[in-house]
Design a protein around this ligand. Structure first.
Ligand code: ATP
Ligand code: MG
Length: 749
C-alpha cells in the first residue's frame, strides 16, 4: 500500500497487535436480489483487500433471508464479479439460509432467557407503539407472555400454523431507548414463501438484524464492515451477541461511507427497474453501473480496483465525480493497449496521383518506446478519412484537411485537397486529393508544414465494423430514476471502417482507436465476420468541456476530508464543534462530522442558525444542498445568503412548503439569489394541506388503481407509499405528505 492507512486498516492492525484476534476474517455479504454494481465493487475491494493485506480470509456470503426477491442467477453474477475483480473467497460460498436451523436455536435461547417474545400486534400497531424520536414507545401487551407460551407459539410459527403477519418474534430490549432501532426490534416474521434454496421448509424468516450478527459469529468473522446506514443497527448487533453470551472472540461492526457517483444510480432495485422496463438491454448493458456492464463495456478489473483505492474509505457520505472512474480506465489502458486506426464516419478520398499499392510499417505503441509490436498498413489510391477531418469552409483554429490546408495521413503521406465532390443534395461524397511522394512519415523531405495527422484506412482492405458509442445513461447529475434517461446514451454506428489487422477471431481485445478513444470487442456480439466494438471511454474528458457552467476544472478530488484515503483525526476545535453539534444540537453524527470538519460550511451554518433556531433542518440543507454548491463555487460566489437559507427552512418548519419543494426553491435561489418566499409565491409552490383539495385527487388515484387498492386492503401496507407517491406526483410535490397519508388511510378503510 502506497497510501497512509485508512481507518479500517488501522483498527484491524490494533486488533492484531493487541491479540484480540489471531486471524482476520471479513465477509462480503450481498443479498442475491440483483447484479452487483460499482458500490459493491468498493465493498469487495475493502473486505477482500483487508483480508489479503493481513493474511486472513474473506467469506462470500449470500445474505438470502428474503425469499421473494432472490434468485440463483444473482448468486452466479455475484460470484462472477468477485472472481473477475481477482479475489478468491474462502473455501465455499456461504449462505445465510444454511444457518436457518442454528438461527432458530439461538432465537429459542433468547426466548428461554425471557429476552424475546412473540408479539401479535399488527404491523401498523407495532409502528404506532414504537413512539417517536421525542416520545417513548409503549410495550405491547403480548410482551407479558410466559416463556412457555412464547416457545409454543414460536414453534407453531415455524410449523406454518399462522398466516403472514399474524405474529412476529421480537427482542425484549427497551421501548424508550433513544435509538429507535432498540425498541424491541423484530427478529423473525412469518412468510409463506418459497425460498430458492431452502425450498418450503420454513414459514418464518429471520430479520437482517438477527441473522447478520449471528452469521458473522458462526463464520468466525472478526470485522463486520458495512455501510453507514447500519450505524444505528450496531446496537442491536451488539445486543444479540452479548445477550446470548457467546464464546469469544466475537465480531464487531464498523461502518464506512457508501459510494455514490454522480450521473449514476446505484441501487439494485432501481437497476432492476431499468432492466425490467427494457430501458437497457439487460444487467450487462454496457451503460449499466454493474460489474457485468463495466466488464462488457471493456473496463478492466485493475481500473475498477484502482478507482476504489483512489477514492479511499471515508466515514462521511459524499458524491464522487463519475469522471474519476473514467480517468481510472483511461489511465489503465493508456500504456497497455495497442493503437490502431478506425474511421467512424468515412469520407472517401481518391489520391489522383498515386498508382499501385504498398504496405506501411506502423507501430502499435507509437508513444511508448519500450513496447514492441507493429503491423503493416495497406495503402493505395483510395482511402477513407473521417468526415470530421475535412471542412470545406473551416472555422478558425481548424488544423485538419481543408481546400487550403494539407494534412498528414498518420504514418503515411501528406495530402492536399484538389477537388470537393458533392451529390445533388450538396453533401460531400468524395475528395480528390494529391499526395506528396517525398513526404512519407519518418523520411519526409518535402518541407511542407502541416498542423495535424489524421487517421485513415485503405478502401479495399478495410473491414466494416459496428461501433457502439456510449454516453452517460442519465442526464441529471443526481438521477431520480427512469425518467431522466439520456436519449443519446447509445449511438450505434453500423458502417465504420477499420484497418484489417485489427480483426481476428479472438474477441477479448481492447484497442485505442487513434484520436477516438478506447474500444473493446463486445464479448457477446462480436464475430470476426461481423465485428462489434464498444467504446469504453474517450481519450479526454469531453463531458467536463461540455458543461459550460463549470468554472473550475473538474475538481474530481472534491473535498479532502470527505473522500481522501482516510478520515484524519479531528483537531481540538473540530472535535469541540462536533461534540456541540451532536450532543447539544442533536445533529446526527454524519452531519455533525461534515460540518465540524469544514470551517466554511460550519460558519455558514452558524450564520443561518443565528436567525432561526432550527438546527437539524438547517444542518440538513447546508450539508446537502449548500455543500454541493460549494464544491463548484467559492463562498463569495454564492448567490444566496445564510439568512435566505433560514427563511427557506422556516417555510418548511411552518409547513408552508414540503422538504421536496424546498430543494426546488433552493435550486432557483442558488441560480439567481431571489428571495425564497418570493420564489414560492411566484411559482405557486405553497404546500397544499386542505383536504378538500387533496381528496378529489386521492379518489381519482384510488379509482385508477383497483388492483393496488385490493392488495392494500388485503394487508400489503407497503402500498401506502405508492398511493402517497402518486398524490405527490399529481400535485407536483406540493401536497402535504402528512395530510395525504392520513387521508389515504381514511379513504382506503
Ligand atoms: P442495493 O441498495 O444496491 O441493493 P445493498 O446495500 O442493499 O445495495 P447488499 O447486496 O445488501 O446491497 O450489499 C452487499 C454489501 O455491499 C453490503 O455490505 C453493502 O454495505 C455493500 N454496498 C452496497 N452498496 C454499496 C455502495 N454504494 N458503496 C459501498 N458499499 C456498498
Ligand atoms: Mg439491499
Amino acid at each position: 500500500m502506497n497510501k497512509s492507512k485508512d481507518f479500517l486498516r488501522r483498527i484491524v492492525e490494533e486488533d492484531l497487535n493487541s491479540g484480540k484476534y489471531q486471524e482476520i476474517v471479513t465477509r462480503f455479504p450481498p443479498e442475491p436480489n440483483g447484479f452487483p454494481h460499482i458500490g459493491h465493487a468498493k465493498s469487495i475491494s475493502i473486505n477482500f483487500g483487508i483480508a489479503r493485506d493481513y493474511k486472513g480470509h474473506c467469506n462470500l456470503r449470500m445474505d438470502d433471508t428474503n425469499p421473494t426477491k432472490e434468485d440463483t442467477k444473482y448468486v452466479e453474477a455475484l460470484k462472477n464479479a468477485v472472481q473477475w475483480l481477482g479475489f478468491e473467497w474462502n473455501k465455499r460460498v456461504h449462505f445465510t439460509s444454511d444457518y436457518f436451523p442454528k438461527l432458530y436455536d439461538y432465537a429459542v435461547e433468547l426466548i428461554k432467557m425471557d429476552k424475546a417474545y412473540v408479539d401479535s400486534l399488527s404491523e401498523d400497531e407495532i409502528r404506532q407503539y414504537r413512539g417517536t424520536v421525542t416520545t417513548a414507545g409503549e410495550r405491547s401487551k403480548y410482551a407479558k407472555r410466559s416463556v412457555e407460551e412464547n416457545l409454543n407459539l414460536f414453534e407453531q410459527m415455524k410449523n406454518g400454523k399462522f398466516k403472514d403477519g399474524e405474529h412476529v418474534l421480537r427482542a425484549k430490549i427497551d421501548m424508550s431507548a433513544s435509538n429507535m432501532k432498540m425498541r424491541d426490534p423484530l427478529l423473525y416474521r412469518i412468510r409463506h414463501a418459497h425460498h430458492f434454496r431452502a425450498g418450503d421448509a420454513w414459514s418464518i424468516y429471520p430479520m437482517y438484524d438477527f441473522a447478520h450478527c449471528l452469521s458473522d459469529y458462526i463464520e468466525g468473522v472478526t470485522h463486520s464492515i458495512c455501510t453507514l446506514e447500519f450505524e444505528n443497527n450496531r446496537d442491536i448487533y451488539d445486543w444479540v451477541l452479548d445477550t446470548l453470551k457467546l464464546n469469544p472472540p466475537r465480531p464487531y461492526q464498523y461502518e464506512f461511507a457508501r459510494l455514490n457517483i454522480n450521473y449514476t444510480v446505484m441501487s439494485k432495485r432501481k437497476l432492476l427497474e431499468l432492466v425490467e422496463g427494457g430501458v437497457v438491454s439487460g444487467w450487462d448493458d454496457p451503460r449499466m453501473p454493474t460489474i457485468a456492464g463495466y466488464k462488457r463495456r471493456g473496463y478492466t478489473p485493475e481500473s475498477i480496483l484502482n478507482f476504489c483505492e483512489q477514492i479511499g474509505i471515508a466515514k462521511a457520505n459524499s458524491m464522487v465525480d463519475v469522471s474519476q472512474l473514467e480517468f481510472s480506465i483511461r489511465d489503465d489502458l493508456n500504456q497497455k493497449v495497442p493503437r490502431v486506426m478506425c474511421v467512424i464516419n468515412p469520407l472517401k478520398i481518391t489520391i489522383v496521383n498515386y498508382e499501385g499499392s504498398e504496405e506501411i510499417d506502423a507501430s502499435y505503441y507509437p508513444h511508448d518506446v519500450p513496447k514492441e509490436g507493429e503491423r503493416k498498413l495497406p495503402f493505395s489510391k483510395e482511402i477513407y478519412i473521417d468526415r470530421d477531418d475535412f471542412m470545406e469552409n473551416p472555422v478558425k483554429g481548424y488544423f485538419r484537411l481543408t481546400p487550403m490546408q494539407s494534412v498528414r495521413l498518420k504514418y503515411a503521406y501528406i495530402i492536399t485537397c484538389k477537388e470537393v465532390i458533392k451529390d445533388t443534395n450538396d453533401t460531400i461524397i468524395e475528395i480528390k486529393a494529391e499526395y506528396h511522394p517525398n513526404s512519407k512519415s519518418g523520411a519526409d523531405t518535402s518541407g511542407i508544414k502541416v498542423k495535424s495527422a489524421i487517421q485513415w484506412v485503405e478502401a479495399k482492405t478495410a473491414k466494416k465494423v459496428e461501433v457502439r458509442l456510449y454516453d452517460r445513461l442519465f442526464k441529471d447529475e443526481i438521477p431520480q430514476g427512469v425518467e431522466n434517461i439520456n436519449p443519446e446514451s447509445l449511438k450505434i454506428i453500423k458502417n465504420a471502417l477499420i484497418e484489417p489487422a485489427v480483426i481476428t477471431d479472438k474477441p477479448d481485445v481492447r484497442f485505442q482507436f487513434e484520436r477516438e478513444g478506447y474500444f473493446y470487442a463486445d464479448p457477446i456480439l462480436y464475430k470476426d465476420t461481423a465485428p462489434v466494438f464498444n467504446k469504453i471511454v474517450g481519450l479526454k474528458d469531453s463531458w467536463t468541456k461540455k458543461k459550460k457552467t463549470d468554472k473550475k476544472p473538474a475538481n474530481t478530488q472534491t473535498k479532502k476530508v470527505q473522500i481522501d484515503g482516510e478520515a484524519t483525526p479531528m483537531n481540538a476545535d473540530e472535535q469541540a464543534l462536533f461534540d456541540k453539534y451532536s450532543s447539544e444540537l442533536k445533529l446526527n453524527n454524519e452531519v455533525a462530522n461534515t460540518l465540524a470538519r469544514d470551517k466554511t460550511l460550519s460558519n455558514f451554518y452558524e450564520d443561518a442558525l443565528s436567525t432561526l433556531n432550527s438546527p437539524v433542518n438547517i444542518a440538513n440543507l447546508v450539508v446537502n444542498e449548500v455543500a454541493r454548491e460549494l464544491k463548484q463555487k467559492e463562498i463569495s460566489e454564492l448567490k444566496f445568503s445564510a439568512k435566505q437559507i433560514s427563511e427557506l427552512v422556516k417555510m418548511v418548519d411552518d409547513e408552508i412548503i414540503s422538504t421536496k419543494i424546498a430543494k426546488q426553491v433552493f435550486v432557483e435561489m442558488s441560480k439567481n439569489g431571489e428571495n425564497p418566499k418570493q420564489i414560492v409565491q411566484t411559482k405557486g409552490l405553497v404546500q397544499i394541506s386542505d383536504p378538500a383539495k387533496i381528496l378529489p385527487i386521492i379518489d381519482k388515484i384510488i379509482a385508477n388503481n383497483p388492483d393496488n387498492v385490493q392488495k392494500f386492503k388485503a394487508g400489503n401496507s407497503k402500498l401506502l407509499g405508492f398511493f402517497v407517491g402518486q398524490v405527490l406526483k399529481n400535485t407536483g410535490g406540493k401536497a402535504n405528505p402528512k395530510v395525504v397519508n392520513e387521508l389515504i388511510i381514511k379513504q382506503l378503510q
